[in-house]
Design a protein around this ligand. Structure first.
Ligand code: FUC
Length: 777
C-alpha cells in the first residue's frame, strides 16, 4: 500500500472537520466555579493559572512548575549495607517480619527523608484576587445573566462572559507560549464600565509590595536547613484602554476602563539566579507586544504541538450540554457520546503540553497545578507508578519531546543514586526507590512497608527506553546508554540466589505498597524477588543488550547480562488459582483488591506478556485483574484500561474508562476505591492527581493503536461503542512512524504510514499481518 501522505492528511483533516462534524474541543460551564476542582487549568509548561471566573470577585490560582521548598539533601544511611547480609539471611529463613523490623531500624533513609523539608513540597505560587465593581443598580454583579465559562483546547485559552446591568463583560486568560507570561484580558462592551481592584497573596512566605505601577509578590521558601530555600518573584502589571489605574493598600485599583490587560510575570531561582531580571524583562516584552499579536503567537506556538493529532470516534454527543452535565450523562449512558472520550483524550494531550517543557521539570503528581502549600504527597515524583504513568501518552500521541524533562531529571539523579547504591547495597551503578523530587532524592522512604521498593530506577529506564523505540534516535540512545547501563549494573550486582528456586532475585524486595500474610499469620511487605522486580530486571537487561548492540559497544557487559538473564525468574509465575503471582511465593495478600497491580508490569508498560507470545500468562493476567476488581484511585483504574487494551479486550477497557469517568467532588485522601473525574475533567484519586488523566489518555490511544509486539496493530482493542466509524491522524508507532487510519463497522478501511526513511514495516490489519512500505512524508 503506497500512497501519498500529504494528500491523505489534507483529505483526512477536511473530512474529519466536515463529514464527521468535528466539534470544537472545549470544556464549558454556565456558572462560575465554586470549588477549585471546577476551575480550568491553563499552563505553558512553566506557569500555571486556574481562574474561577467569579462575577463579584474572582480567584486565580497561580503556579510555577519549579516552586519547591526543601533542598538537596543526603539522607543516605551509609551504614545500611552492613545489615544487608543479616536482612538477607532472615529472608532466606522465611523470617520476613524480622527482616522488615531490621529494615525499619537500619535500612531506611535517615532523618525525615520524604516526609517534610528538606525533601520539600511543590507549592502554590499565589492567588490573584480581583474584586469587581459594576456601574448601575447591581453594583456587586449578583444579578448576572448569560454566563458562560470555557476552556478551548484548540487554542489553550480560557474565557468567561456574562452580562451585568446591560453590559457584556468578557475575560480571556492564557499562559502564553510566546512571551513566558500569564495574561488576563478584561473587557466591557460599553465604554468605561470596567472597575476592579487586583491583589495578590500567598498563604505563607509571601511579601506584597507596590513598586512604580505594579504589584509584586516575593518570598523565600523553607529549605529545612537554614530557612533560606528557593526564592521567587511575581510581578502584576496592567495596561488599560480608558479609565484610570492607581495603587492603594497593596492593590491595583482600576476605575471606569473599557479594557484592562493584566500581566503576571513570575519566576524562581531554581537553576537561575537571574530570575528577578528575567521576570522583569519578560514583563516589559509582553506589555510592549500588542495583545492580538501575543495571543496569535501563543495560539500558533501551542498548536504546533496540539494539532499533530486528530481523533474522531463518530457519534459526537451533545455539546450543548455543559461539561459537568455531559460527564453525568456520559456516565449514565456511555454509548450516547463518543465525543467525550475524544475530548478527554485530547485534554490529556493538552495537559501534557501545558504542564511540562523541554529544559524544565516533568509534570508532578498534580501536573503543574496546586492550590495549597502542603500539596498532597508533597506533589512529588512517585516512582512506583505515578510519574511513569504521567508520561505514557506522550510518544503515541505525537508529543515525544515532552519526555525529555523526565530524561534530564533522571540524568541528574544518577550521582545521588550511585551514593544510595553504595550506602545500602555496597553495589555498583545507581538506584532510586519510591519517591524523588527536583533535588534528586534516591534513598529508600521512611518505612519498609512502602519505602524499600527499588524498582523505581528500573521503571524509569522503561520510560527513557520507550522514547528511543518510538524515535529511533541513536544519538539520544547513546546519551541515555550510561543511565540504562548504570541501572543494569546495579541490579546485576545485587541479585542473589533464591534457595528454593535457584533463581537470581532481589533481596530484600517488595511489591509496591502491598503486603501479605506469612505462613505464621504475621503480615509483611518485605520478601525476596517480588514479581515486579523480576520483570523490570528482565526487561532492562534485554534493553541494555539491545542498546549495546545498536551502539556497537560494551560486549563484555552484554555477555554478562545475557548469562544472567538465563537465571532470572520467568516473567510471571502462575499461582494455584490461575493468577500471576505478585510474589515469588504464593502468599495470600492482605488486600485482595489493592490499588497497585505491580505484577502486571510485564503486560504494560513492558511487553514481556502478550496474548500471542505468552498466552498462558495473558490468561493469568486476566484472572489477576478479575480478582483485583475494577475500582481504585483514578490512576489504578487508568492502568486497568491499559492492561485490558493490551489483552485485546476493548469492551472491558471501555468499561474501565466509564468507571474512571464517574463524576465526583471528593477531595479526601483515598487509598482504596472511588477514583473519578471532577467537573473540570481532572482526575480524582481523590484528591486531584493528574496521573489518572494521563493514564486514561494513554489507555484510549492503546485501544486505537499498538506497536509493542513486533508489528503495528490498528484498532486492536476497540470497544463496541466506537466500532461504527472513526478516523485518526498523527498517532505514532514504534520505529519513528506516523499513522493515519479510518475504520467502519469495526474494520480498518484505510490507513497510511509515513516514515522518515522509506522502509518496510509489519502491520496487522483486520487480523492479517503483512509487510508494507512506509513512505517519507
Ligand atoms: C502511590 C499510590 C497512592 C497515591 C500516591 C501518590 O503511593 O499508592 O494511591 O497515588 O502514590
Amino acid at each position: 500500500m503506497i500512497r501519498k501522505i500529504s494528500l491523505f492528511t489534507i483529505l483526512s483533516i477536511v473530512l474529519i472537520n466536515t463529514c464527521f462534524g468535528q466539534q470544537p474541543l472545549k470544556l464549558w460551564y454556565d456558572k462560575p466555579a465554586q470549588v477549585w476542582e471546577e476551575t480550568l487549568p491553563l499552563g505553558n509548561g512553566r506557569l500555571g493559572m486556574m481562574p474561577d471566573g467569579g462575577v463579584a470577585s474572582e480567584n486565580i490560582v497561580l503556579n510555577d512548575i519549579t516552586l519547591w521548598s526543601g533542598a538537596p539533601q543526603d539522607a543516605n544511611n551509609y551504614n545500611a549495607y552492613k545489615v544487608l547480609p543479616q536482612i538477607r539471611k532472615l529472608l532466606d529463613e522465611g523470617k520476613n517480619d524480622e527482616a522488615q523490623d531490621l529494615i525499619n531500624k537500619d535500612f531506611v533513609c535517615t532523618g525525615k527523608g520524604g516526609g517534610s523539608v528538606p525533601f520539600g513540597c511543590y507549592q502554590v505560587l499565589g492567588n490573584l484576587s480581583i474584586k469587581y465593581k459594576y456601574n448601575g443598580a447591581d453594583s456587586t454583579g449578583s444579578q448576572f445573566t448569560n454566563y458562560e465559562r470555557e476552556l478551548s483546547l484548540n487554542k489553550a485559552i480560557a474565557k468567561s462572559t456574562f452580562k451585568v446591568n446591560g453590559v457584556t463583560y468578557t475575560r480571556e486568560y492564557f499562559t502564553s507560549f510566546n512571551n513566558d507570561i500569564s495574561i488576563i484580558r478584561l473587557t466591557a462592551d460599553k465604554p468605561g464600565q470596567l472597575s476592579c481592584s487586583i491583589g495578590i497573596s500567598r498563604p505563607e512566605q509571601g511579601n506584597v509590595t507596590l513598586s512604580d505601577d505594579e504589584l509584586q509578590l516575593s518570598g523565600q521558601l523553607d529549605n529545612g536547613i537554614d530557612g533560606k530555600g528557593m526564592q521567587y518573584l511575581a510581578h502584576v502589571k496592567t495596561k488599560l484602554q480608558g479609565g484610570t489605574m492607581s495603587l492603594a493598600n497593596n492593590m491595583l485599583i482600576i476605575k471606569n476602563a473599557t479594557e484592562a490587560i493584566i500581566y503576571i510575570s513570575a519566576g524562581t531561582d531554581f537553576k537561575g539566579a537571574a530570575f528577578k531580571k528575567n521576570t522583569e524583562a519578560i514583563l516589559n516584552a509582553a506589555v510592549n507586544t500588542p495583545y492580538a499579536v501575543e495571543k496569535q503567537k501563543h495560539v500558533s506556538n501551542y498548536q504546533k504541538l496540539f494539532n499533530r493529532v486528530i481523533v474522531n470516534l463518530g457519534n459526537a454527543g451533545d455539546i450543548k450540554e455543559t461539561t459537568d452535565e455531559r460527564l453525568i450523562s456520559f456516565h449514565k449512558n456511555p454509548a450516547s457520546d463518543n465525543g467525550l472520550p475524544v475530548l478527554f483524550y485530547q485534554y490529556g494531550r493538552y495537559l501534557s503540553i501545558c504542564s511540562t517543557r523541554v529544559g524544565l521539570l516533568p509534570p508532578n503528581l498534580q501536573g503543574l497545578w496546586a492550590n495549597q502549600i502542603q500539596t498532597p504527597w508533597n506533589g512529588d515524583y512517585h516512582l512506583d507508578i505515578n510519574v511513569q504513568m504521567n508520561h505514557w501518552p506522550l510518544e503515541v500521541s505525537n508529543l515525544s519531546e515532552l519526555n525529555l524533562p523526565l530524561v534530564e531529571l533522571i540524568r541528574e539523579m544518577i550521582p545521588h543514586g550511585e551514593k544510595t547504591a553504595k550506602a545500602y547495597y555496597n553495589a555498583d551503578g545507581w538506584v532510586a526507590h519510591v519517591i524523588t523530587n527536583p533535588w534528586h532524592f534516591t534513598e529508600p522512604g521512611e518505612s519498609a512497608s512502602w519505602g524499600v521498593t527499588k524498582a523505581g530506577s528500573g521503571w524509569l529506564c522503561n520510560n527513557i527506553w520507550e522514547h528511543y523505540t518510538f524515535t529511533n534516535d541513536k544519538k539520544y540512545l547513546a546519551s541515555i546508554y550510561p543511565i540504562l547501563r548504570g541501572s543494569a549494573l546495579f541490579y546485576n550486582s545485587i541479585l542473589v540466589k533464591d534457595p528454593k528456586t535457584g533463581w537470581q532475585v532481589t533481596s530484600p524486595s517488595s511489591s509496591p505498597e502491598n503486603s501479605f500474610y506469612l505462613p505464621n499469620g504475621k503480615i509483611a511487605s518485605i520478601c525476596m524477588g517480588a514479581t515486579i522486580d523480576n520483570q523490570i530486571i528482565r526487561e532492562l537487561f534485554n534493553n541494555v543488550i539491545a542498546a549495546s548492540k545498536i551502539l556497537g559497544k560494551d560486549k563484555a557487559f552484554r555477555a554478562q547480562l545475557s548469562a544472567k538473564l538465563k537465571e532470572l525468574p520467568p516473567p510471571g509465575v502462575i499461582s494455584k488459582d490461575g493468577r500471576i503471582q505478585e510474589w515469588l511465593e504464593d502468599y495470600k495478600e492482605t488486600e485482595p483488591k489493592h490499588r497497585h497491580v505491580s505484577h502486571l508490569y510485564g503486560l504494560f508498560p513492558a511487553s514481556l506478556i502478550t496474548p500471542d507470545a505468552t498466552p498462558e500468562l495473558a490468561e493469568a493476567a486476566k484472572k489477576t485483574l478479575d480478582v483485583r476488581g475494577d475500582d481504585g484511585p483514578s490512576w489504578s483504574i487508568a492502568y486497568k484500561i491499559l492492561w485490558w487494551a493490551r489483552l485485546h479486550d476493548g469492551d472491558r477497557a471501555f468499561k474501565l474508562y466509564c468507571q474512571l469517568m464517574r463524576p465526583t467532588l471528593r477531595n479526601d485522601i483515598n487509598y482504596g476505591s472511588g477514583g473519578g473525574i471532577y467537573p473540570n475533567l481532572l482526575s480524582a484519586g481523590p484528591p486531584f492527581q493528574i496521573d489518572g488523566n494521563f493514564g486514561a489518555a494513554a489507555g484510549i490511544a492503546e485501544m486505537l493503536i499498538q506497536s509493542h509486539a513486533g508489528y503495528i496493530e490498528l484498532i486492536p482493542a476497540i470497544p463496541n461503542e466506537w466500532k461504527g466509524t472513526g478516523e485518526v491522524t498523527g498517532l505514532r508507532a514504534r520505529g519513528n512512524l506516523t499513522i493515519d487510519f479510518k475504520w467502519k463497522d469495526g474494520k480498518v478501511t484505510d490507513y497510511h504510514i509515513t516514515s522518515a526513511q522509506p522502509r518496510m514495516v509489519k502491520v496487522k490489519i483486520n487480523g492479517v499481518i503483512k509487510n508494507i512500505m512506509a513512505l517519507k512524508v
